[in-house]
Design a binder for this molecule. Sequence first.
Ligand code: SER
Length: 885
Amino acid sequence: MMTANEIRDSYKKFFESKGHVIVPSAPMVIKDDPTLMFTNAGMNQWKDIILGTKDPEPRRRTDSQKCLRVSGKHNDLEEVGHDTYHHTMFEMLGNWSFGDYFKEGAIDYAWEYLVDVLHLDPKDLYVTVFEGSPEENIPRDDEAAQYWLKHLPADHIIDGNKHDNFWEMGDIGPCGPCTEIHIDSRPENERNGIPGRELVNKDDPQVIEIWNNVFMQFNRKADGSLEPLAMNVIDTGMGFERLVRMLQGKHSNYDTDIFQPIIKEIEAISNFKYGFTTPSGKDGECANDQEKVDVAMRVIADHLRAVAFSIADGQLPSNAKAGYVIRRILRRAVRYAYTFLNQREAFMFKLLPTLVREMGGAYPELPAQQELIGRVIKEEEDSFLRTLEKGISLLSGAMDELKAHNQTELDGKEAFRLFDTYGFPLDLTELICRENGYTVDEKQFDEEMAQQKARARNAAVVENGDWMIVKDGEQEFVGYDYTEYECHILRYRKVTQKKNSFYEIVLDYTPFYGEMGGQVGDQGVLVSEDETIEVIDTKRENNQSVHIVKEMPKDIEADFMACVDTDKRNASAANHTATHLLDYALKQVLGEHAEQKGSYVSPTTLRFDVSHFQKITDEELRQVERLVNELIREDYILDEHRNTPIDEAKKMGAVALFGEKYGDKVRVVKFGPSCEFCGGIHATSTGRIGFFKIVSESSVAAGIRRIEALTGANSEEAIYDQEDTLTELKAMFNNPKDLKAVVQKYIDEHEAMKKEMESSRQQGVARHAKALIEGVEQVDGLNIVKAVLNVDAASAKDIVFKVREAITEKLVCVLGSVNDNRPQLSIMLSDDMVKEGGKNAGKIIREAAQLIKGGGGGQPHYAQAGGKDASNLSAAVDKALELLK
Ligand code: SER
């Protein structure tokens, strides 16, 4: 039996033998596309090629792509674990033809691979072809059906509707009819005379789609219309996990060697056994505890992969956007582990070595960052488990309330508050309530949820108008060489955000850099003969610079000069170049594990995140600064290599980032020993940075440190500031020669003075205590000590404790003290007064302190109270004594 790793290899090798170039998976996390957070299909990384804005060579490629379907059009999250074949993260095997072979080639290759290489039985294979759509004016795909007839009898070819056989990436973007290959994997004795074709696309867990061949022919536009693509594209996607399941003869993807090693590890850690069941109750509900355990194990095994691969791609769990999706996936797994496997402590991170062992060969980003991934997962688990504990204690409080009021249903608002404020999920609230004999008002919970969603929608509505075409064509970026360039408007659109609105413009030529790779977009102006329009920001969309303007020019067809604000750009560029030098220096000083984990540069900011597992010491920071400043003084000239084939770039030693999407050709940016893959705007030489100064070092997440630094005029100003502070400080000490020695002398004198004062205070305490002890009065068998003294609160406390040390029986000591006009009352009792006499200093002091307009409390044997009215202090002392007698 072939292993999963062997199957993945055999697929790529087969297509390599058919002239395809094997290419790596793109990152699963997408950084520069506002329409998509995660790769949800193999074709995402080729979107630009498919839309014709990027070089299609080489025209035949093959890969295994990491995908995540947890948001947007393709979202499987809630299914995962409850069945045997949905996943958050999965691998998609793909072969691609960009304007090379089309329907016939794709169908022939698919057949040859499945039947001749993998030896699947043709009688179990069914295919679907698009039935056509009159309203979109697309006929039935007779062509594909015709080619399939070469391999399959007509009754294995089934017409499919738009939902199943017209594939779209999202609401907009490349799309086209597709042909799917389904396999009937039912054992002979379970077929009961029902032919497989009747079960295709009928949710039968054993008759499933394994391969989708999309014939990309259209681009879906924002207005819903279809425009034909310039070339025909083959986009095939084979669900790797399903294929492995078929070939290994398993009933469930989770029974293959992709998931079993992880599940075995979960068994070992949790002491629960996997039962190979699926939910059998109504609507897929779990009918017994074993089914719940199995769902939990599948959820954990699946989610571990999604989370680990996302972190490897540079996406840390967080509170926003992609980071929040990852956090939710991880928390879903923790929740199942907590509820069904009794895991009260972080444990997912312990599964990581198994995952790395199984998948690290195919995806080197995993082993390379194993330590970081493990730390991040553990920290997330720990923090969510704390949230769960907190939620559980709040919930038990709420249930006590219900009990006290003889009620049995928890308010939906309360359940929502737990969810919203403490991240405590409804199903867990319900479970705990049920176990304690309560129900939850789910309807009210849903209403609260709907209201909150409506509020969020109102706050964040962004409406993008349709693009208005002024001139046909695509944009060329000229910003590496120019900061001013003649141009024309190609298209524009209006964007409305709540009360705010602006326009986005695409130019034919532009020197404006659109925000990307942590560098902010350029600002500047568009100038025509008659007007000047301010560009307030530049964004990046589909590899093009989109210029943001408040107002459209009156003459949109005019000749414009696009002029970048060079002061701002030069400052950003210096900061960007400094991050490269910083990256290099950190690796020198801390070691090769110090990987860039994020950066942000603007004209005024330089922020750099790096993986390192403890605080970077002051000494190390200084070493880093020295090295960066040395590289600045060397004044290395920018040595850039555009359109370098990626292998050549790697040979040059260029540093690439995990999780970054690189094309076949990349730009390499070198400054002396620093060499990186980079598309950003840089200083023309390192000398332009001027001076580099780190201003802070902090932690952003487990194993990730953040450095903030200044360059150029900003670092100069920071030094002036520090110098000014020092100058003022010197002046305060009369400009001594050796400021440090003088300050040290002051500190020493101050310490000595403090000691002296403390010792004289102690003497005072001893003197007062002695006098009080000597002045003790015996009244009715009690030892009464009372006084009003001018001492501070700390001394008053020390005095009464000294009295108690000396008089251990029948002691009733009441001391009034005044300091700075603030009265204070202290009561001290010997233990027998509390135990046998039943007296309580804490209670009595509250009453007596009313006379000095104050309050306080304490223990039964000792209490203190402060007040506002010193004039009644003696009366308060007498009152306390009276209450104590
Ligand atoms: N794009 C298609 C899919 O995701 C085929 O790769 O199913």
